[in-house]
Design a protein. Structure first.
Length: 279
């Protein structure tokens, strides 16, 4: 009996001592989600010589979409993604529908599928639906949906810091969400993350990436007052903007006070001076 009890105690003690070792070993196992990220690589040149196939099945170079000297909105997604990709494309479309600038006239939109097995037919279906919903004349020349080889896709993804991987367990791609605004020279200018995008931020991002070639005078003034925050991916007021606004409000307050006081005691309503009494 005592021998059985001793063996039981030893067994429990061994299990207790080995548990942290097993847990530690499991903790060092690579987490597949570590391969998903969207790193901001500001000013990085995308490979303009990268080769893809457009929605019509024609071979194209990425540089073709910069030939007009317009900024380019780049989206990395895949067309048969059952979840996140459709939300990203929906967010991009919803924001651009409210931006006064027009795709094809002021900027280009390029969506590259991260799945090398997808076909131009899939890309064509997504483009048709997108252009119909965007509903602006001539915009079909501003929306481009591409497919390509793993090598070419990776070249572009690596340049913009877009990290993704294929999860064999669920047969889907794990990836980040967002879009990148590129300059007419093909360099990364602005990053916008998530699936919903602030319309004002997107508009200013396009105007700034174009170096002022698109947009109106108000946009140029706003760019003087707002500064891009690479941490949040948003435009925020600069310190000088706050100081200027405070100064203007102070001047307006002083002028208003002077006007109010002058009207409350107008010179014309002062009583006439009293005549001196005769001696």
């Amino acid at each position: 009996m005592r021998g059985w009890v001793a063996l039981t105690v030893i067994g429990w003690l061994a299990a207790f001592l080995l548990t942290p070792v097993v847990a530690l070993a499991q903790g060092t196992k690579p987490n597949p989600t570590d391969g998903v990220a969207f790193e901001q690589r500001m000013g990085e040149q995308v490979p303009l010589d990268a080769i893809f196939i457009d929605e019509q099945g024609v071979e194209v170079r990425l540089g073709q979409f910069f030939a007009a000297g317009q900024p380019v909105i780049l989206v990395m997604s895949y067309y048969e993604c059952p979840m996140l990709c459709s939300f990203v494309r929906e967010g991009v479309l919803a924001a651009l529908q409210q931006v006064p600038l027009t795709a094809g006239r002021d900027f280009q939109v390029v969506n590259i599928s991260i799945d090398p097995l997808e076909t131009p037919m899939m890309a064509a279906g997504v483009k048709t639906l997108t252009v119909q919903r965007y509903a602006r004349a001539g915009s079909e020349n501003g929306w481009h949906f591409l497919t390509g080889s793993e090598e070419q896709i990776r070249r572009v993804a690596d340049a913009i810091g877009f990290k993704y991987f294929y999860d064999e367990t669920i047969k889907q791609y794990a990836h980040a969400a967002g879009m990148v605004v590129l300059t007419p020279a093909g360099k990364t200018a602005r990053y916008f993350f998530g699936i919903e995008f602030n319309v004002s931020d997107v508009r200013l991002g396009i105007v700034e990436a174009s170096a002022g070639k698109v947009g109106n005078p108000i946009d140029q003034i706003l760019l003087l007052c707002y500064q891009y925050n690479p941490i949040t991916g948003k435009y925020t007021p600069t310190i000088m903007t706050i100081v200027r606004i405070a100064g203007i409000l102070t001047v307006i307050g002083i002028v208003t006070l002077i006007v109010v006081l002058s009207r409350s005691t107008p010179g014309g309503n002062l009583p006439p001076p009293r005549e001196a009494a005769p001696a």
